[in-house]
Structures are given as structure tokens and as C-alpha cells.
Design a protein around this ligand. Structure first.
Ligand SMILES: [Zn+2]
Ligand SMILES: [Zn+2]
Length: 271
């Protein structure tokens, strides 16, 4: 299969490897196209999670240097994963991934992809123990992600489900959960049609399911959405993690193609 991945992090933010190490790993794995999508700055998060105002220009400069250095071996792209609360412009990036990592509740910012204990604390303190209400608040925020970030790719659409292996925290078939997710999807589709299939949590926390869940992929397909494979890599080893399986899943869910980014923009790869 033609391998490409555009969601990856480095030591400019919360990744384990340098940008050049990631590029070399992508070349070694045979990727045709590769993009790094470092976390854009937001002042509500801490500096080792995001780029800083000082490091962002260094990141862009290094990526442009790597593009030139490895031209002919791999098509390299310089992206930004921009949060809804991102507060530095993304001008100069080749593409933007729009992601919701925080929800605002009563003047506090709650981390969506905290560990299970942290998530539960937020649910108890802000939503009276109602996890579905927490998910509804997440999807209400996620609905605006494409409009706010002007993203090319919607990142980890159902991130709120991260710690919910086998529905141990809440029922993803609950009508309120499904309605909240579908309302967000439909709102996003008015601005951005391309959603990533993200295997990051399968690698990092052993989740058995990708983002978005299978049922959401079918709903996305039914609404004419488009898809791109993404490993949300925070180290070299995870680049392209379980992509062959994801490609098969996309076929099962009715997709006829997936996207990749080239110098000529996003193109279709038939499935
Ligand atoms: Zn993210
Ligand atoms: Zn990411």
C-alpha cells in the first residue's frame, strides 16, 4: 500500500524524537509522503506540550531545511496541529490539523485527553458525574473546530472516547452520545470534509479502536466525508501503525478512496 502520514510530533513539543529522526524513520518505513504537525501554541497549556512563540519559527526553518535535504527521498510537509485555543497564527504551514484538546467549563479549561482519573475528576467536578454530559460539552466544542482553525484535516474527532475501552466509562451507543457526535460531525462537514483515521491511542494506550469509531466512520461515509490515515506519532516506531488494517476497515465501512497530500494538494488513493 502507498504509505503516508501527516500527523506526527517531535521534540519541538511532546514527541520523543527530533524532526530529522522522524523523517529518517519515515524514509526507512517507505513512506511516500510524510508530514510533521507540531502542536501550535496555546497559553492554556504548558510549554513542553506545545511549540512556544520562540520555537515555532525554528520549527518552520528546520522543516524547510529537511524538505530540501531529503528531496527525492520523500515528499515532506510542514504542518501544525492547531487547537481551538491556539493563539499563534499558522501562516506558512503546508496544512493544518484542527483538534480539540480542551473544553471550557465555568471559567476552567478541562483537558479532554487526560488519563481516566483526570477525566473522571472533571466529570465529577463539572458535570455531576454524568460522563455523557462531559462528552456533549466536548462535541459542542468540536463542532466549531474547522471554523475556528480553518483546518485541512479534522484531528481525532472523538478524542473524548480515549479512556473508554470497551465502554467502561460510558456507553458510546447512548442516544445522547450519538446525537452529540453526529451534530458535531454535520457542523464540521459544512467547513471541512476530511477526517483523519487516527491510530495514536491504539499505539500509546493500547486502545482496540481508532478515532473515529467504526459507527462514526459509517456515518461519515453516508454524509460524503473524506478520510486520511494518521498515526499521530510521538515516536519513530509508531509511524504508520496498523495502517493496513485501517485501510481494510475503510473498505468495510464503504469508502472507495482515502486522501494523501502531495505537492499538487490532496489527491485520492483508491481503496
Ligand atoms: Zn491532538
Ligand atoms: Zn497530535
Amino acid at each position: 500500500m502507498r504509505l503516508s502520514n501527516f500527523h506526527a510530533h517531535t521534540t519541538y513539543a511532546d514527541g520523543a524524537n527530533t524532526a530529522e529522526e522522524m523523517v529518517l524513520a519515515a524514509i526507512a518505513k517507505g513512506l511516500v509522503e510524510f508530514g510533521i504537525s507540531e502542536h501550535g501554541h496555546t497559553s492554556i497549556s504548558w510549554d513542553d506540550y506545545n511549540m512556544t512563540p520562540e520555537s515555532m519559527p525554528l520549527y518552520f526553518a528546520e522543516m524547510r531545511g529537511l524538505q530540501a535535504k531529503y528531496a527525492g527521498q520523500i515528499e515532506l510537509f510542514c504542518g501544525v496541529e492547531q487547537d481551538a485555543y491556539g493563539d499563534l497564527p499558522t501562516d506558512g504551514a503546508d496544512y493544518i490539523i484542527g483538534s480539540t484538546h480542551f473544553i471550557e467549563s465555568r471559567g476552567e479549561f478541562l483537558i479532554v485527553d487526560n488519563g481516566a482519573a483526570g477525566q473522571l475528576e472533571s466529570v465529577n467536578a463539572h458535570f455531576g458525574g454524568d460522563f455523557i454530559a462531559f462528552a456533549e460539552a466536548y462535541f459542542a466544542a468540536e463542532a466549531n473546530i474547522a471554523r475556528i482553525t480553518k483546518c485541512d484535516i479534522v484531528g481525532h474527532f472523538d478524542l473524548v472516547n480515549k479512556n473508554n475501552e470497551r465502554d467502561r466509562l460510558f456507553d458510546t451507543a447512548h442516544p445522547r452520545y450519538r446525537a452529540a457526535a453526529l451534530t458535531a460531525m454535520e457542523e464540521i462537514l459544512k467547513t471541512c470534509r476530511l477526517f483523519e483515521i487516527n491510530t495514536g491511542a491504539m499505539y500509546r494506550v493500547g486502545r482496540s479502536e481508532q478515532y473515529p469509531q467504526d459507527w462514526l466512520l459509517r456515518e461519515l461515509r453516508a454524509r460524503g466525508g473524506e478520510v486520511i490515515l494518521s498515526s499521530d506519532s510521538h515516536d519513530c516506531d509508531s509511524i504508520g501503525f496498523r495502517f493496513a488494517e485501517m485501510e481494510e476497515l475503510l473498505r468495510v465501512c464503504g469508502f472507495k478512496s482515502r486522501k494523501t497530500l502531495t505537492r499538487d494538494g490532496f489527491i485520492d488513493i483508491p481503496l
